[in-house]
Design a protein. Structure first.
Length: 193
């Protein structure tokens, strides 16, 4: 004999149906989370959509290769570039030396760069080799998610934060996000004055 689906879904007949309904609800929630959908139904990538130039930049902590933790909040009063890259990314490898030289030239003016590598722990020797030639701290991001900056689906990508802690440049908005000298002069140099 089959039970009435309406009664079963309300848990009015068989006690095991309540357990099955709870399992289904839990599995749906787990599946939604694994697909990047939060409890409220909004995509986790919606966080990145909330980034807005002129609004407070979300905090982010770099866990450096030498074991330090550097919080973007601790760098308030400095101009900050958060850059995301990987050893396997050709454009990243091309822009890093340029960004490093620019950062070294402008460090006394209050420029800081935090570099988040998307490489995995197995690639740590290659990351260390690249980092050895850079003038700024490097760390492994640990996953493709960077807090409220969202999922790093396109690299290189960078975000620039002014001395006031407000987002000055949103890398997701740039069609050509690779740093060039012209782009650095246009976006970062005015913030250093």
């Amino acid at each position: 004999m089959r039970s009435d689906p309406l009664k079963s879904s309300q848990g009015l007949t068989d006690p095991t149906s309540a357990v099955l309904a709870a399992r289904r609800t839990w599995l749906r929630a787990a599946l939604a989370c694994s697909l990047g959908v939060g409890i409220s139904g909004w995509s986790m990538t919606a966080n990145a959509a909330a980034l807005s130039v002129g609004k407070p930049a979300p905090p982010l902590v770099l866990h450096t290769l030498d074991g330090r933790s550097i919080s973007s909040r601790d760098l308030l009063g400095k101009v900050l570039i958060l850059t995301f890259w990987a050893t396997w990314c050709g454009p990243c490898r091309e822009e890093l030396p340029l960004l490093s030289a620019y950062a070294a030239r402008h460090a006394k003016q209050g420029l800081e760069v935090l570099a988040f590598s998307l490489d995995g722990p197995d690639d740590l020797p290659a990351v260390r080799q690249v980092a050895a030639g850079l003038s700024f701290p490097v760390g492994l991001l640990g996953s493709a998610w960077a807090g409220e900056y969202g999922r790093m689906w396109r690299i290189p990508v960078s975000f620039t934060v002014g001395r006031d802690g407000l987002l000055a440049d949103n890398g997701w908005d740039d069609k050509e996000p690779v740093w060039t000298l012209e782009r650095l002069e246009r976006i970062v140099t005015p913030l250093l004055r």
